[in-house]
Write a protein that binds this ligand. Sequence first.
Ligand code: NAD
Length: 476
Amino acid sequence: MNFPTEPFLNGAFRDPASKNRTTLINPATEEPLCDVAAASVEEVNFAVQSASEVWHSTWRDMKPGKRAEILFSIARVLRENSERIARLECAQIGKPISDARDEAALGARVFEYYAGAIGKFCGQTIPVASGGFDFTLRQPMGVVAAIVPWNFPFPIACWKVAPALAAGNSVVLKPASLSPLTALVLGELAHAAGLPAGALQVLPGSGSSIGDALVTNALVRKVSFTGSTEVGRRIMELASRDLKRISLELGGKSPNIVFADSDWRLAAESSPMSVFANTGQDCCARSRVFVEKSIFEAFVEVFLDATRKLVVGDPEKDETQLGPLVSSGQRVVVEEFLADARARGNKFACGGGRLFSKGYFLEPTVLLEVGKEDRCWREEIFGPVVCITPFEEEARMIQDVNASPYGLSGSIWTNDLRRAIRVSRAVESGVLSVNSHSSLHVEAPFGGFKQSGIGRDLGMHAMEGYTELKNVYVAL
Ligand code: NAD
């Protein structure tokens, strides 16, 4: 496999200024993959400066039709290279290849959607009382810094870069240190598809070494971040100094609520993948399952059955559903949660141990009898661990659901329409699904309440987030 390993700046891979490199390890085999350059603060400043120059000279004022043509062309080139993208994602983070293929296709689709959005996203005319002519403009901001995590590296990069470019901004993309490869390929392919050099810069490197320089650079007008709540808080503090625009997509501890009147067997069969997909490393993972007491035992039995059937193993195989955790460090984090669960007397209905002699694999783990004060109940684990608990009263259950500081996603299973609407209104989450576990639609807003974030990705809402709103009044 051919690995991109250098910063992608002004339309080409460049020799890095510093000798610092990070060795990527394939988490399924524990074998080294390649050494990727760590960009320096000087390269951050160069990338932002050049992105700003191309914005002023070319991208900001390009005709919308031409900009749309380039984004459609990027989508086409991404599709042509989707197998390469999927293979790189599989190698760098251990994502099962079938999921990696879906995510490569999703990235291309996001570019198509925002290419189409360019001609449809518009301002208004407003009948002001004084009788003049009043209209609004949606204008690009300038340079957007897009900082993305390692769990869905390619699609999240696409769903920040595509709307930011569509709205007429240039972008400096910083992938996570564990997953730079598909971001670098995105830079390369976007340029090959006709994006002007410098409109998308890609800087591999750790947040601790270049994050502050990127976020505080005066030419960066907006920071679009997806990652942990802790780092999101830091970015918000830094961005407040010059009132940069921010959007933050952060952690979650999402509920999966199952009422006895639902098709609860279907819920139980499908729920394991709503928390264990991506080996639980998913901000939308339904890691707290609330089941109405009358069906609790039967539900747990079906849930356990479905969990035992999940195919865990080599992510390169088509049939694999769960790969390894992303790193040995992430496995240690999850094992600390499991140790806490043991110490607190939580019941392990299945799982709890390592799998295989090579790779950072863990068994999918189902915990019962977890106290509301226990760490596994309260905190985002980011591993294949779920807590299932019974409830009796709807109102009390909703209080428990909303007791979390997070509010990203969730599922509600019921066949009672009024209950579905009532509970959807009451749950404090940005993204809910009734009788399914889907969280994400390219056309619809995605983001969180409370400490799960600020702002929305995807849909036309993202276009709003990458533009400034200007009002112009013409006296007549
Ligand atoms: P992370 O916060 O450690 O890192 C995310 C990105 O921020 C990486 O690129 C990292 O290098 C960078 N970063 C780290 N420190 C920085 C700093 N001081 N300044 C600027 N950038 C910095 O998160 P992670 O471990 O990569 O991802 C896991 C987290 O992401 C989980 O909490 C998960 O819930 C969250 N997540 C949220 C969503 C969502 O849409 N809400 C989606 C995916 C992941």
